[in-house]
Design a protein around this ligand. Structure first.
Ligand code: SF4
Length: 528
């Protein structure tokens, strides 16, 4: 931030747009529909732009990525390398201009703030970058836990407002769908604001408190373990109850007579399961409550909950009926275990065929430990999902549908802050990006409310010309880097950046390099 400029208070207390006329030295920002008038020394409502000595300044540094010299090599801070930068680096595709801090294309007909040329293996390329204003956006959250967070379709609240809903349970995880245009724009002002703040925090890697109607409270932070009802989750399940039986049947054979793996979805029973049958496990006369799906696989043995295997069961015997006296025998050894191995209990039948809990024998401890050991650490995953709409596409070409077709034909590569995205098949440019693969604090917001996310389109210069791109606005990468030496900031006429120039960070070595030749990028869709 330029010296002397006062950054606005944190976003909750951010000043409202100044509505005075330009006569009092306020300048108007037109980077989004709010159209703030900003007084000297102050920032606009979104805290992204400010009035510095009469100039509209984009406050956050513009981020460029420098390629790690070799994959797997420890990262080298850019500033160490930059001292002897001689300008040749930029012509070899080793520096990538992200849209983080680049500024926004608004209103829609203007060219994107930066349209940068580069050369990759002798081919002229162009990267069009803009901070997109996404009214149509949200996050898909994957929470690794067996614990029941809430019924499907239950509302998810933040700050007391509904900001999304519970969607499907996946293998060892539960999914939330948060945000979307309806919560951002279709409810009360506070619902929209709460939704926007929740999305912003999640996308920028901050922890968010969520409450699910009729379910749990959960603290979600990308790349960190979830905290469910105040308890930090440690591991996700090794598999469903049936799969766990299959995986460990051989290790139990001969050491115990019966095993039940308790699971909210598919509880497994060793003696009835195909794995047990093939090994020759003797029938035990065990009886389970719930609905038998196929041999050794039971649904709905209990209600969903936060205990054994994501059920509400604290005493595993409550899911058993009476043993069949024609098949069971006194002394029968029974192991009951959850899908994470966190809960386990060992029983032996007495003369009346009633189970009595005993200490877990040493020869079974190993198998329980192995279940635990096969469980991966529980994490929260946050995928940003957005649709590149009018302003974004019109900032790339005067004929926006051509960009859509170019992305679909894999002529144009889409990245989000230099990180890979998955573009959904079908119409439009709807994409998802893992926020943990992006530079931190890559996202912003505007109080319309909408999220501001970086997006870059990279394609051959010739293809760019063919789709009606703004060729006259293409500039070399060196024109940005030059500003580091204190020359005139080269940003769009509408606003300036901090004259220190862009902020360089080293690209994650596990991300595909956004300027890599197509053959070097795994899973690149080939042009049909
Ligand atoms: S909210 Fe931000 S981007 Fe929008 S007009 Fe105000 S300062 Fe500019």
């Amino acid at each position: 931030m330029p010296k002397g400029l006062t950054r606005a208070a944190p976003k909750k207390d951010a000043p409202k747009a100044v509505t005075k006329s330009a006569a009092d030295d306020a300048i108007r920002c037109d980077a989004c529909p709010v159209l703030c008038y900003i007084k000297p020394g102050r920032t606009g409502s979104c805290d992204r732009y400010g009035n510095h000595e009469g100039k509209l300044v984009r406050l956050d540094p513009h981020v460029v990525l420098d390629r790690a010299v070799e994959r797997g090599e420890s990262v080298v801070p850019f500033l160490e390398r930059s001292r002897d930068w001689d300008g040749t680096l930029v012509s070899h595709g080793e520096t990538f201009v992200t849209a983080i801090g680049a500024g926004t294309t608004y209103p829609d007909y203007k060219p994107a703030p930066f349209i940068i040329s580069s050369q990759v293996e002798g081919v002229d390329m162009v990267t069009v970058v803009t901070e997109g204003i996404f009214s149509y956006c949200g996050v898909k959250v994957k929470i690794d836990t067996d614990r029941h967070l809430g019924a499907e379709c239950s509302a998810v609240r933040a700050q007391g407002e509904v900001v999304g809903h519970v969607t499907t349970s996946e293998y060892g995880s539960q999914m939330l769908s948060l945000g979307g245009v309806r919560h951002l724009t279709g409810g009360s002002r506070h619902e929209g604001t709460a939704t926007c703040e929740t999305l912003l925090d999640l996308c920028n890697g901050n922890a968010v408190d969520l409450k699910i109607d009729g379910g749990a409270s959960v603290v979600v932070q990308a790349g960190k373990p979830p905290v469910v009802d105040g308890v930090q989750e440690e591991r996700m399940r090794v598999g469903c109850g049936s799969a766990t039986i299959g995986m460990f049947a051989k290790q139990w054979f001969g050491k115990v007579d019966e095993v039940v793996v308790v699971d909210d979805h598919i509880t497994g029973v060793l003696s009835e399961h195909q794995a047990g049958k093939l090994l020759g496990v003797r029938e035990t006369g065990i009886k389970l409550k719930g609905r038998r799906s196929t041999p050794g696989r039971y649904f709905q043995v209990a209600e969903p909950g936060t205990s054994w295997g994501g059920t509400d069961v604290d005493d595993p015997l409550t899911i058993l009926g009476k043993f069949n006296s024609k098949k069971a025998w006194p002394g029968l050894r029974l192991l009951m275990v959850s899908t994470t191995g966190e809960q386990h209990a060992y029983f032996e039948l007495d003369d009346d065929l009633r189970p009595h809990e005993k200490e877990l024998p040493p020869h079974l401890r190993e198998s329980v430990a192995r279940i635990k050991g096969n469980c991966e650490p529980a994490l929260c995953t946050v995928l940003f999902m957005g649709g590149a709409g009018g302003s974004l596409r019109a900032g790339v070409t005067e004929n926006p549908v051509k960009l859509t077709h170019s992305v679909r034909d894999a002529l144009t590569r889409v990245t989000c802050g230099g990180s890979p995205v998955y573009v959904w098949p079908g119409g439009g440019i709807t994409f998802m990006a893992d926020v943990t693969r992006m530079p931190r604090n890559a996202f912003g917001y505007v109080p319309t409310p909408a999220l501001v996310a970086p997006i870059e389109f990279t394609l051959k210069l010739a293809d760019y010309a063919a789709l009606g791109g703004y060729i006259e606005n293409v500039r070399p990468l060196s024109s940005i880097l030059r500003s580091r030496a204190g020359s005139e900031p080269p940003a769009r006429d509408q606003f300036v950046h901090d004259a220190k120039g862009p902020r360089h960070i080293t690209a994650r070595p596990d991300n595909p390099w956004p300027l890599a030749a197509e053959k070097d990028v795994p899973n690149t869709r080939k042009k049909k």
